[in-house]
Write a protein that binds this ligand. Structure first.
Ligand code: ATP
Ligand code: MN
Ligand code: MN
Length: 301
């Protein structure tokens, strides 16, 4: 397979000059972080966030009055964001086109924050070719009763199975309850094949270890188990982007980690919006520098 460059050079990210109004507005009432603090976080991490979150269709979780008040998931833009939040026309199932949004700059990210965005979610494809996946993601969703140790051992099991098929994977703690296991792909396979692979992988896993895993959507089937959410791998589905803040208490963020670190974590909300400097330093460390990058294609299953 031909080599692909999956990251833009970090130096290309210019600081945002977007004006943030009402910087004292309380966005995380339990822990006290404001809109200004959230904006400062995104300003700081833009350079490490954009290589993944940039140039792919995104959805936003907007909470203009703060988390806990009314929030909404936004996929489309009617043009109100201005020029730094870009549009890409995508054909829906019924054949008509809708304008989806993407960003490729700190100004783009910060404009979304100015408009009340807390979370950034992204498609598993780049705007260059939205029909071809550039990643598989297995979203491990533990049932309430489970502890994080169960999530960790489950994640390593998924890692090992995918490795046997030749796929290198990278873990990310979501800032919520679980872990996403990401296999970067050289964009080649189209959505039906990607979804089929993910579905069959999750079903086989649940069948081989029915006490630990389920691939069933029904909530009742999830009791005491980890739901392997394979549905992030279909056209139009999104997953939370690395370094996105989460609209949850204490302002946690989704954070890329290496496999060895996962063994020692107590939970998926280890980093918060105060930790921008640490996250940037981590991202430049030898361990994390290659996170999310591998030239590989969908195996047969
Ligand atoms: P956690 O670790 O707590 O599960 P998560 O980000 O994986 O965090 P999920 O509830 O498992 O949260 O959701 C998985 C993904 O589904 C999200 O990252 C998001 O991209 C997508 N999603 C969540 N809510 C919506 C929604 N209302 N509409 C569309 N997609 C959503
Ligand atoms: Mn999840
Ligand atoms: Mn899920």
């Amino acid at each position: 397979a031909e080599a692909v460059v999956l990251e833009k050079p970090v130096a290309a990210v210019k600081k945002s000059t977007v004006k943030i109004t009402n910087p004292d507005r309380m966005i995380f009432p339990e822990s006290g972080q404001t809109k200004g603090q959230l904006a400062a976080y995104y300003q700081a991490v833009a350079e490490i966030m954009l290589p993944w979150a940039g140039n792919r269709p995104i959805s936003l979780v907007r909470c203009p009055q703060g988390r806990g008040k009314k929030c909404f998931f936004q996929k489309h833009d009617a043009g109100v964001f201005g020029e730094s939040v870009k549009q890409i026309a995508i054909t829906e199932k019924d054949g008509h086109q809708e304008p989806y949004i993407f960003v490729d700059s700190a100004d783009g990210l910060l404009t979304c924050v100015q408009m009340g965005t807390i979370e950034f979610h992204g498609w598993g494809a780049r705007i260059e070719d939205i029909e071809k996946a550039d990643r598989l993601v297995f979203d491990l969703d533990p049932d309430e009763g489970l502890n994080f140790k169960d999530v960790i051992s489950a994640a390593f099991h998924v890692r090992d199975l995918l490795a046997e098929m030749g796929l290198a994977t990278f873990p990310m703690v979501t800032g919520g309850k679980g872990v996403h296991i990401i296999a970067p792909l050289t964009p080649q396979a189209e959505w039906p094949a990607v979804k089929d692979f993910a579905h069959r992988f999750a079903s086989a896993l649940a069948q081989s270890q029915p006490d630990r895993f389920t691939a069933a959507l029904a909530k009742a089937k999830r009791t005491g188990r980890i739901f392997v959410d394979y549905l992030r791998n279909q056209r139009g589905s999104t997953a939370v982007m690395p370094y996105s803040a989460r609209s949850r208490p204490n302002a946690p963020v989704a954070a890329p980690i290496i496999w060895e670190e996962l063994r020692k974590l107590d939970g998926a909300a280890r980093w918060h919006i105060e930790d921008a400097a640490e996250l940037i330093e981590r991202s430049r460390s030898k361990n994390l520098a290659g996170w999310g990058r591998a030239n590989q294609t969908l195996p047969d299953l």
